[in-house]
Ligand binder design. Sequence first.
Ligand code: FES
Length: 139
Amino acid sequence: MEYSEKVMDHFMNPRNVGEMEDPSGIGTVGNAQCGDIMRVFLKIEDGIIIDATFKTFGCGAAVATSSVVTEMVKGKTVEEAMTITNKAVVEALDDLPAAKKHCSVLAEEALQSALWDYAQKNGITIEGLEEPKETAHEH
Ligand code: FES
């Protein structure tokens, strides 16, 4: 299994690590199979994501995908962030091994979950955004 230089870079030097004070939205997701957990924090002002951080308890690829996704969303509008799919995350990392593709799905889900949280807190609807499963079943 080969990792790209970008994956290794984001794994060794993850960007935007840590919790955020007073975030506009938090998204926590997990993968039941591998047990990895990812949490994304967003700060949104006037519909623009001005800051993003993450905490990931998981594999190296999960760290890399959450690191790169926080970089990708910064400066984007909420609508633009909605177009960031796991495929886009994989491309930004110059590919992931097939066995690690699900780690990028976690990054997409964490982002969408944080956007959902933001929308809920502000009573707004984001076009195309559906309630994340994890939120629905959170205790
Ligand atoms: Fe599950 Fe990477 S092994 S997120």
